[in-house]
Write a protein that binds this ligand. Structure first.
Ligand code: HEC
Length: 133
């Protein structure tokens, strides 16, 4: 019966470890960014309507003809983003966006940039198996 009891003890220890680890992970501060404002929300809808994701990625997901735009707001100036949206390029079409829509896109990129970094190489790995930026 000794082995039976030790199995129960091990099982209980495993359950306690599992519950403790789950609580710790749940309680650890996961960076919650503020919700997108009205302009950024409109930008997100435009992003879907114009199917920008056919050529661009957000968080590495999307087409690969153009660059990942998760952190474009940090990488480029607002003026640069606006001008490329105004004219398009040789590869990227001119979507004939008006000033309002361009502002919405800029605000959307600003918001997406605030939600994190798309480059996994810049993430920090922790001993408990989690990562942070
Ligand atoms: C047909 C493919 C295609 C589509 C669709 C497209 N783009 Fe692009 N975009 C590109 C390419 C390619 C580039 C890189 C510049 C170049 O090589 O011409 C680019 C560049 C950009 C840049 C500048 C990125 C940087 O790092 O310099 C922004 C901002 C951008 N696109 C936004 C958009 C938005 C917003 C939409 C949707 C309205 C969109 N693109 C749709 C192909 C596309």
């Amino acid at each position: 019966m000794g082995t039976y009891r030790s199995k129960i003890v091990i099982l209980i220890l495993l359950i306690i470890s599992f519950v403790t680890y789950s609580i710790l992970l749940y309680e650890s501060d996961s960076k919650q960014s503020a919700p997108p404002n009205k302009l950024a929300q409109k930008g997100r809808v435009l992003w879907q309507e114009k199917n920008c994701t056919a050529c661009h990625q957000l968080y590495g997901l999307g087409g690969h003809l153009g660059p990942d735009l998760t952190n474009v707001y940090e990488r480029r100036s607002e003026d640069y983003i606006k001008s490329i949206l105004h004219t398009g390029t040789v590869v990227m079409p001119d979507f004939k966006l008006n000033e309002q829509e361009i502002e919405e896109f800029v605000e959307f990129f600003k918001y997406i940039n605030s939600t994190g970094n798309a480059d996994p190489k810049s993430y920090k790995k922790h001993l408990d198996g989690t990562i942070s930026q």
